[in-house]
Design a protein around this ligand. Structure first.
Ligand code: SAM
Length: 237
């Protein structure tokens, strides 16, 4: 079965807040000085965890591009609850076509946990747009695949308690270009009361892949922590 964010939204959501907590300091470093005149674009914004975190550390306007309606509904609810919906524009578009409707110059870009969904050509379009659209001195935060050694250390199973139930995801070995995982909900008798076998096309994209794609463009790529690529357009001198 191909990955379907309508079907997996709830099961996936439960496991994402700890992932975003690990990004909090790099989000602050990359975007913390952007004020109300700034614009930050969140590409493939999902349920809005990243947009909400960015909104909490900046005064910036946020544009969230997210093609899936279930994820968009979660995003709108989250940002409304956070009290920041007045400065968040939600666009129901996908890369690459959705890039055409974005401002020509922006002060920050996020593309988190989504580059692997893109084809090589679409990812190249996105990275070209990042290099062309960043204002001088501003950065994009992209999450990338960790190197093979670090990936081996990643937990194959993640669990989180939700009331009387435990939500578990087991990341399964899969062929290159694919992700497979089993989502399960387990009750206090250790019975699996719900399960979803998930599979999707997912390319491993490393920081070196990002560097190679952006070679020759007027940007610098750094990796401040494993799995995070920061693309910066140097300030005009
Ligand atoms: C794993 S989720 C990550 C969501 C969010 N960025 C986060 O880190 O919490 C991947 C998201 O990418 C979105 N996506 C997939 N293909 C896309 C495309 N071509 N353009 C924009 N978003 C896309 C999906 O709808 C989904 O919401």
């Amino acid at each position: 079965m191909e990955s379907d964010y309508d079907a997996r939204a709830e099961l996936h959501e439960v496991h994402m807040p700890p992932v975003w907590e690990r990004l909090r300091s790099v989000i602050g470093d990359a975007f913390g000085d952007i004020g109300p005149d700034g614009v930050i674009v969140d590409i493939g914004a999902g349920s809005g965890l990243g947009a909400a975190m960015v909104a909490s550390v900046t005064g910036a306007e946020i544009i969230a591009l997210e093609p899936n309606p279930t994820m968009r509904a979660m995003l709108v609810a989250r940002l409304d609850t956070a009290g920041v919906l007045d400065r968040v524009t939600v666009l129901p578009d996908a890369v690459p076509d959705g890039l055409e409707d974005l401002p020509r110059q922006v002060d920050g870009i996020i593309a988190a946990h989504m580059l692997g969904h893109l084809t090589d050509a679409t990812r190249a379009s996105l990275l070209d747009w990042v290099a062309a659209s960043l204002a001088s001195g501003r950065s994009a935060l992209l999450t990338v695949s960790a190197d093979a050694e670090a990936e081996g250390e990643a937990p194959a199973v993640e669990e989180r308690s939700v009331g009387r139930l435990v939500y578990r995801v087991t990341h399964q070995p899969s062929t290159p270009g694919r992700y497979e995982g089993l989502f399960e909900v387990i009750d206090d008798q250790q019975r699996v009361v719900r399960s979803l076998q998930d599979a999707t096309s997912w390319e491993s994209v490393t920081v070196d892949d990002v560097r190679a794609a952006l070679a020759g463009q007027a940007v610098e790529v750094t990796e401040p922590q494993t799995g995070v690529a920061i693309v910066t357009k140097p300030a005009a001198s």
